[in-house]
Design a binder for this molecule. Structure first.
Ligand code: NAD
Ligand code: SER
Length: 316
């Protein structure tokens, strides 16, 4: 059985990935690294936890040694919009945590999963059906950390045999933990407003297409890739994965099929809009489909139905 450490386990992905990994590998085999509040409800009672500042290699190494870890899911990062406001912090956390996880993994023989992002592409990248292997010249500090992370992860695999694997996640939509300061956060916030019967003010312009995915598919992607037969992997860091591509108007229309009176207005955030304008409209994820059978279950309409059902219960 795997022994897993999740670094940055209390965020949008980690709060759900921890439950899913514990249901597969057993509660005591999944240790949740935490750094700062807020904590998901019941966090400290749900299984083993350990405080880790991932920018301190000693804290990462101590947790790996103590809990006899063989697999690290490294989720510590500062997301795109916040990183653009605090570039040094974005670099220190994104690259500091990755390098520490890689060096500890090399020493103790761990596999490492670290998400990359649609942010790893820039305005010079082909925007439509963005290929797996293409030009990557991002103009955001977040994107620069993601491309650097992909290269470092491949380097540790080729040079030292560290089993590094990752995906380029699109914007993730979920209902347990709010997103942590990204450009695609609007696509989560809009559902909370709709279910509360409130008007939504959208920070991203109509017509801005971005790849998106519902959290259950995002969790499956991470776990399926980490379980994939290494002999089939021609790529490692990182695989394009996507489930849908939409702009704010398409999302509004999907919500209005449930709430016909739902209203949206625009107040464009220039930082987020500039980031969104530099990202793909849609990615080609055929390599993930070929090399480890990636096959998302949710599209815009099935995700919208589920989001609304869950939020109606949560917000009542
Ligand atoms: P999040 O902001 O919700 O969570 C980040 C976590 O990192 C938090 O638990 C935070 O406490 C922790 N953290 C911050 N500084 C730390 C430090 N010094 N040491 C240890 N932990 C620290 O982010 P998320 O949405 O869960 O994203 C996780 C990963 O997935 C990141 O690499 C992110 O870039 C990537 N990703 C996310 C999305 C998305 O839409 N959520 C899309 C693409 C890629
Ligand atoms: N959802 C993330 C962000 O907007 C994409 O990496 O930062």
């Amino acid at each position: 059985m795997k022994r897993i450490l999740i670094v940055g386990s209390t965020g949008q992905i980690g709060s759900e990935l921890s439950c899913k990994l514990r249901s597969i590998y057993g509660t005591d085999n999944v240790v949740c690294g935490h750094f700062a509040p807020p904590y998901p409800e019941g966090f400290f009672d749900a299984g083993p936890t350990v405080k880790i500042d991932a920018t301190d290699i000693n804290q990462v190494a101590e947790a790996v040694k103590t809990y006899k870890i063989d697999t690290i899911y490294n989720l510590a990062a500062i997301l795109s919009a916040t990183a653009e406001l605090h570039p040094q912090l974005g670099w220190t956390v994104g690259i500091g945590s990755l390098l520490n996880c890689l060096n500890v993994a090399k020493e103790y023989g761990c596999a490492v999963f670290t998400p990359s992002s649609i942010g790893a592409f820039g305005s010079d990248t082909p925007r439509v059906k963005t290929p797996q292997d293409t030009l990557q010249r991002p103009t955001t500090i977040y994107g620069i950390t993601k491309v650097t992370g992909e290269l470092l992860s491949d380097y540790y695999f080729h040079r030292w045999g560290v089993d590094t694997r990752s995906v380029r996640y699109p914007g993730l939509i979920s209902n347990m933990t709010l997103p942590g300061g990204g450009t695609t956060d609007y696509a989560v916030e809009i559902y909370y407003k709709a279910v509360k019967g409130e008007k939504f003010t959208c920070p991203i312009k109509a017509g801005t297409l971005m790849d998106m995915m519902y959290m259950p598919d995002a969790l499956d992607a991470a776990i399926q890739l980490m379980e994939a037969d290494p002999a089939r992997l021609k790529h490692r860091n990182s695989f394009n994965v996507t489930a849908m591509s939409f702009d704010p108007e398409m999302l509004k229309a999907a919500i209005q099929r449930h709430y016909p009176d739902f209203k949206m207005e625009y107040d464009i955030d220039p930082v987020k809009q500039a980031i969104a304008d530099s990202w793909p409209d849609s990615m080609d994820d055929s390599c993930a489909r070929e090399e480890w059978d990636w096959n998302p279950k949710y599209d815009l309409d099935t995700m919208t139905k589920d989001m609304i059902n869950v939020l109606q219960l949560k917000l009542q």
